[in-house]
Design a protein around this ligand. Structure first.
Ligand SMILES: [Fe+2]
Ligand SMILES: [Fe+2]
Length: 196
C-alpha cells in the first residue's frame, strides 16, 4: 500500500494538526504563567512547547515522504479540544487530560493502524510520541496538584530551593518570597517536579 492511499497518511495529518494546536495552547499557558510571575513554571512549559514543535516537525517530515510533488492539501475530519478558557489553574488540568488522550488512545490507535498497513517506522513514531505525551501528562498533573493544594513553594519537610535567576540555594520548608541574593520574586524559584 502506498502511504498516500492509506489511513496512516490521514492520521499523520490529524496528528500534525493536534501537535500544532497543543503547541499553541501551551503557548497561551506560557503567556499566562509569565504574566502572573510564575517564571519556573513558564520555563517548564517552554520546554514542552519545543517538544511539541519537534513532534509536529517529525509528523510533517513523514507526510512529505508520501509524494515527490508538493502536497497541495490533505482533507481531514477530526475533533480537537477547545475547552480552555483563560483560567490558569484549570488549564493545567485540561492539558493533562489532553495529553492522556493522546498517550493512551489516539497515538496507540494510530500506531496499530500504521503497523497493520505496513508502515513500521511510522508506527514507531506514534509509539514514541505516546511515551512523551505520557510524560507531559505527568508534568501538567503535578503542576496542577501543587498549585491547587498550595504545595508549589511549601513542603512538609526541608527541601533545597534554587533561584533560577541567580543560582542562590538554601534549604527550608518554604521558598523565600524574594530571593535574598538577587531579589527575584518567588515564581523564579525552581519547582519540584518528578521527571522520569
Ligand atoms: Fe506532542
Ligand atoms: Fe504533549
Amino acid at each position: 500500500m502506498k502511504l498516500i492511499d492509506s489511513k496512516t497518511y490521514k492520521n499523520l495529518a490529524k496528528a500534525y494538526a493536534g501537535e500544532c494546536q497543543a503547541r499553541t495552547r501551551y503557548r497561551f499557558l506560557h503567556y499566562a504563567a509569565t504574566q502572573q510571575g510564575y517564571k519556573a513554571i513558564a520555563n517548564i512549559i517552554k520546554e514542552i512547547i519545543l517538544q511539541e514543535f519537534h513532534h509536529a516537525r517529525m509528523l510533517y517530515t513523514f507526510i512529505q515522504t508520501a509524494s515527490d510533488e508538493p502536497i497541495a492539501n490533505i482533507n481531514i475530519s477530526s475533533g480537537y479540544p477547545f475547552r480552555q478558557k483563560w483560567d490558569f489553574l484549570e488549564n493545567f488540568k485540561f492539558s493533562a487530560q489532553d495529553e492522556n488522550l493522546e498517550a493512551t488512545k489516539i497515538y496507540p490507535e494510530y500506531a496499530k493502524i500504521a503497523q497493520e498497513e505496513g508502515f513500521k517506522d511510522i508506527a514507531g513514531l506514534f509509539n514514541n510520541l505516546a511515551q512523551v505525551e505520557s510524560c507531559h501528562q505527568s508534568i501538567f498533573e503535578q503542576i496542577y496538584a501543587q498549585l491547587s493544594d498550595g504545595s508549589l513553594y511549601k513542603k512538609p519537610n526541608k527541601v533545597k530551593w534554587k533561584c533560577l535567576d541567580c543560582g542562590y540555594e538554601a534549604e527550608s520548608k518554604q521558598a523565600w518570597k524574594q530571593c535574598p541574593l538577587c531579589q527575584a520574586e518567588q515564581g523564579a524559584v525552581a519547582i519540584k517536579i518528578q521527571q522520569d
